[in-house]
Design a binder for this molecule. Structure first.
Ligand code: ZN
Length: 82
């Protein structure tokens, strides 16, 4: 989350050139899709073979896509922070 957060802060501070509502919306999405202590997404669910709803493993597709659009491919948490 660190690098994505930094990027959002950057966009937020650009001011006029950037849609602040958009940054706020993205931030909200990311907050909803934070990992739990067990590395599960708080928001995403998938149905197991026994038709039980389970938390999806983190990073989930939503988080990965936002990360990809803002920074690039997610390298499993080992990426360099800018
Ligand atoms: Zn998620």
């Amino acid at each position: 989350m660190g690098a994505v957060c930094d990027r959002l802060d950057e966009l937020d501070h650009l001011g006029d050139g950037c849609d602040r509502g958009l940054v706020a919306a993205l931030r909200f999405v990311l907050v909803c899709h934070q990992p739990t202590s067990r590395r599960r997404c708080r928001a995403c669910r998938h149905q197991s073979a026994r038709r039980l709803w389970r938390s999806r493993r983190w990073p989930c597709p939503v988080w990965l896509q936002v990360h990809y659009e803002l920074i690039g491919p997610f390298a499993g948490g080992r990426h360099r922070q800018q």
